[in-house]
Design a protein around this ligand. Structure first.
Ligand SMILES: NC(=O)c1ccc[n+]([C@@H]2O[C@H](COP(=O)([O-])OP(=O)(O)OC[C@H]3O[C@@H](n4cnc5c(N)ncnc54)[C@H](OP(=O)(O)O)[C@@H]3O)[C@@H](O)[C@H]2O)c1
Length: 260
């Protein structure tokens, strides 16, 4: 059982904490002046002064990145000299975290939005030499909110952010456009949404359960000269959809490198 301090407990920090508190026996303390609603058995302070003499094994940063330089240094003395600093903040490098906490291990976690319902995909990156116990513990926490992928350098974490961290935004936009097009074909908003979300959910479940490749699955539903073939020809006949997705991920990755 470890003592874990969560610094900042808003939308993402709060959702992760709920999963961690429900699935582990660690002692959690939240530091957040906003005084959010918390799971039972989680202590809460509004400032570092309210922490008393407590020293923590893990300090997990869930602040907006622009606040980290101002807020984190005041909490560092509360992290054990052999403790671990972890962060879910996008675009705040492990190097910068390490500079705030010399001698401590640093592990970044990059969750994505479905983590709030336990169905996220998180990227994990251990900076420098990190003890096995620390990486296992952070891995266990990350697994509470879905699947995980370890990467072995920070550039790959930026690439993972472009694929999975920003991914829910792309998917929401695709769904919105799909529903809008269904409405233009004559369905009311409710029916259009049910048709699109039901189709996407069913197709996704099928893809997850199937041993076939995505390409084979697509070929199996596409008869020559049929309706699906006509739709696919408009969608990606000349590779324009593939190009769009490629450009989308590249633009997000480019932005992640600028934010380093
Ligand atoms: N949301 C996502 O989908 C997502 C995905 C991946 C990574 N992340 C990362 O997660 C981090 C948090 O994002 P979020 O969406 O959870 O933001 P958020 O809802 O704004 O949460 C940040 C929390 O920190 C609190 N805070 C402000 N000043 C503080 C201080 N001095 N001491 C302690 N706490 C303080 C905020 O309180 P106030 O509201 O009163 O300011 C708020 O409760 C960000 O770095 C983001 O990059 C988010």
């Amino acid at each position: 059982m470890s003592k874990i301090l969560l610094l900042g407990c808003g939308n993402m920090g709060g959702a992760l904490l709920k999963a961690w508190a429900a699935n582990t026996d660690h002692l959690f303390t939240v530091a957040d002046p906003a005084k959010p609603e918390l799971p039972e058995n989680v202590s809460q302070v509004g400032s570092v002064e309210e922490l008393g003499e407590d020293i923590f094994d893990y300090l997990i940063v869930a602040l907006k990145p622009q606040l980290i330089d101002e807020v984190l240094p005041t909490y560092i003395p509360r992290l054990d000299p052999s403790g671990v600093i972890s962060s879910i903040a996008a675009g705040y490098s492990a190097e910068k975290l390490a500079a705030h906490a010399p001698g401590r291990s640093v592990i970044r976690i990059m969750p994505n939005l479905p983590a709030v319902i336990g169905k996220g995909v998180s990227g994990l990156y251990a900076h420098g030499t990190v003890p096995e116990t620390a990486s296992s513990e952070i891995e266990r926490l990350a697994l509470c909110s879905g699947e995980i992928v370890w990467v072995d350098n920070e550039d790959m974490l930026d690439r993972l952010t472009a694929v999975a961290g920003s991914g829910p935004g792309y998917v929401f936009e695709m769904l919105r456009a799909y529903v809008e097009a269904a409405e233009e074909l004559g369905f009311c908003e409710k029916d259009a949404k049910n048709l699109v979300l039901g189709t996407v959910r069913g197709t996704l479940d099928l893809a997850l359960q199937s041993d076939s490749s995505l390409e084979d699955l697509r070929k199996n539903v596409t008869s020559k000269g049929g309706t699906t073939a006509a739709g696919l020809d408009a969608l990606n006949g000349n590779g324009e959809y593939s190009e769009l997705i490629r450009n989308t991920l590249q633009a997000a990755y480019q932005r992640a490198t600028e934010l380093r």
